[in-house]
Design a protein around this ligand. Structure first.
Ligand code: 13P
Length: 254
């Protein structure tokens, strides 16, 4: 992490976990444990949990995010939720392009790009996920894959938007598997992403953008991962569902 240049952000991604009725108390529990944290703390929760999460987060230092959105502003898209709808209820962040969305819901680099633009236009802060599959790592093409994902995600995005953009490097083979990337592997790829931003924009944009690591980050390994210069936070799945573990990761970021 480089505290001087960029914000450290620890974000939970609840995925399809926790009921709306459990959400208020759980957010309060997390908020009590992370009060006064020096880093930004975010909880990204399912659509139907958002209202309760936002209510519970009022007056605390926990920010609330969604896990997805649709790129169209409104219209005949049954079952979808727009950026404006999320903004309207007080959502601040939104995860875009998570590998589970790419894998199970046919999201592509192009839809990720459309969603990034829609989120920014509505005033939401996108957390844009990139990362390679195990086969791609074994083939030695990790750098190419994350570079292409990053380049396409930000097509048509002005550098002034980057103060509101977060990137999460999530190697797919490390998600929910208990197999964490080593801190050197995380650092190497976060640096590759930063270099892409430098090529696309400039050094100031690259150095100022928060790049998180995600993939089996937990209370035990967070400190080492977050100790790396180019790793500016974490996107936490499983460990964000236990307030004690999540709070330990927040402390590790300090
Ligand atoms: P896990 O922390 O459960 O591996 O999930 C990571 C993730 O996908 C966060 O978006």
């Amino acid at each position: 992490m480089n505290y001087d240049k960029r914000k450290t952000i620890i974000a939970g991604n609840w995925k399809m976990n926790k009921l709306p009725s459990e959400t208020y108390d759980y957010i309060k529990e997390v908020a009590a444990k992370v009060e006064g944290a020096k880093c930004e703390v975010v909880a990204c929760v399912p659509f139907v949990n958002l209202a309760n999460a936002i209510e519970a987060a009022k007056g605390t230092n926990v920010k609330i995010g969604a896990e997805n959105l649709h790129f169209m502003p409104s219209g005949a898209f049954t079952g979808e939720v727009s950026a404006a709808m999320l903004k309207d209820i007080g959502v601040e962040y939104v995860i875009i392009g998570h590998s589970e969305r790419r894998q199970y819901f046919a999201e592509t680099d192009i839809t990720v790009n459309k969603k990034v633009i829609a989120a920014l236009e509505a005033g939401l802060k996108p957390i844009v996920c990139v990362g390679e599959l195990l086969d791609e790592r074994e083939q030695g093409i990790t750098a190419e894959i994350v570079s292409i994902q990053t380049k396409i995600a930000f097509m048509g995005v002005d550098k002034s938007a980057f103060k509101n953009i977060v990137i999460a490097y999530e190697p797919v083979w490390a998600i929910g598997t208990g197999k964490t990337a080593t801190s050197d592997q995380a650092e190497e790829v976060c640096k590759i992403i930063r270099d892409v931003l430098c090529d696309l924009y400039d050094e100031e944009t690259a150095e100022g953008t928060t790049i998180q690591y995600g993939g089996s980050m937990n209370a035990g390994n967070a400190k080492e991962l977050l100790g790396k210069y180019d790793v500016d936070g974490g996107l936490i799945g499983g460990a964000s569902l236990k307030s004690e573990d999540f709070a330990t990761i927040v402390k590790a970021a300090e």
